[in-house]
Design a protein around this ligand. Sequence first.
Ligand code: ZN
Ligand code: ZN
Length: 159
Amino acid sequence: MAMSIAENRAVRLAHAEAHAALHGLALTPLRRQVYAAIVASERPIGAYELLEALAPQRGRMPPTTVYRALDFLLAHGFVHRIESKNAFVACCEIGVPHRSQFLMCDGCGATVEIPGDDLADQLSHSAPAHGFEVHRQVIELSGLCALCAHAARSAGGPA
Ligand SMILES: [Zn+2]
Ligand SMILES: [Zn+2]
């Protein structure tokens, strides 16, 4: 049976907490709230949106406070940064070392993480052949999600 979105969020939070406890990572109340806000967001969420989302719980915070929490969440694999949007998504498999590709919908902003090292390896291994030294590797594909593609087809086709 499919999980509701709320159940799914609760499961992800519980999983993140268990991972933190297992590895002695200090998931402080603030870090937990930042993570929960990222999980709750339907699309990649930026630092300033996070400040707004957390204002009811935390009041006004300096952006550096949120950036420090994000640095922790990034460093320990709880979230990924979507470089092209300077925004963050919750990782789909915390605790499993991986690199990821992202499918991003131009219509609704929905973002899907596709974990997998094969493509990333292929690219980073071919770079030295070109005398190129890779410092940062980001694979993001933009287009339309199934819902938006369907809506676009329906709008364009006969009613
Ligand atoms: Zn991930
Ligand atoms: Zn979409």
